[in-house]
Design a protein around this ligand. Structure first.
Ligand code: GLN
Length: 247
């Protein structure tokens, strides 16, 4: 990393939203807003950068975000990111990468195309995806790997893909409701790279996950006052209650 990130107006934390023109479904952009907000509530200066598919991905970001996408935009995004190489180089140097659904699949070695054909991903995360027999659609609830210290995940999923985790990554969570990776696990992480099938947006519903990503970029965070957490607390309570009454 370059100079340290300081909370006194020094170097800003750079949040890079990768390909909003191709990858952003079900309000995934909210992940960027939540990260920026939770950083600024702690007086951590942030800068957000949006990179469309016809622009090079800057290599000096601190946290990279990728959203979900339909099959064709996902295929195009994977091709462009492979050619560009900026995201892979940033991940290699230790930047935080957070990817949702299509973004998660394309971080892996391969993913399923429109007719299930095997397409090359970026191999940033040791996972391999293909097409499952049925779409996973609906609410998802999953319990996070205890080493990460993040409370139970709540989200919305809509994907055909299923994902196998290799030796070089670990499941992010165990599914208690929904499909996730398709084998009882949900998402994956390795180092500072984390992928999930959760929309919602994921970081609005799971501020603990947002803080984990921020802490990977800047170090330990101070807790926020209870009043600033009230909306997130209510949203989580509502979504988790909905799954127990309808699920
Ligand atoms: N196209 C991918 C799939 O169906 C990802 C979908 C998404 O990002 N919501 O598996």
């Amino acid at each position: 990393m370059t100079e340290p990130i300081r909370a006194d107006g020094g170097r800003r934390v750079r949040l890079v939203w990768v390909y909003p023109d191709l990858l952003s479904t079900y309000g995934d952009r909210g992940n960027l807003l939540v990260l920026a907000r939770r950083a600024s509530l702690r007086e951590i200066p942030v800068e957000t950068v949006e990179v469309n598919a016809d622009q090079p991905v800057p290599e000096d970001g601190d946290i990279y975000l990728l959203g979900g996408g339909e099959d064709l935009p996902q295929i195009l995004a994977a091709k462009r990111l492979r050619t560009d190489g900026g995201l892979a180089r940033a991940a290699e140097r230790g930047a935080v990468v957070f990817a949702v659904c299509a973004g998660y699949q394309l971080l892996g070695h391969e993913f399923g195309g429109v007719d299930g054909e095997r397409l090359a991903g970026l191999s940033i995360l040791d996972v391999t995806s293909g097409r499952g027999d049925r779409r996973g659609v609906g609410e998802i609830v999953a319990d996070v790997d205890p080493t990460l210290g993040v409370p139970r995940l709540t989200g919305f999923e809509n994907h055909q893909g299923i994902t196998k985790i290799g030796q070089g990554a670990r499941p992010l969570a165990r599914v208690t409701l929904g499909v996730g990776n398709g084998d009882g696990t949900e998402g994956a992480f390795a180092g500072k790279v984390l992928g999930t099938y959760l929309h919602g947006p994921a970081l609005a519903r799971n501020p603990g996950l947002a803080d984990l990503l921020l802490s990977w970029a800047v170090g330990p965070l101070k807790p926020l006052p209870t009043a600033s957490e009230e909306w997130a607390r209510q949203l989580r309570a509502e979504r988790l209650a909905a799954t127990t009454t309808t699920g």
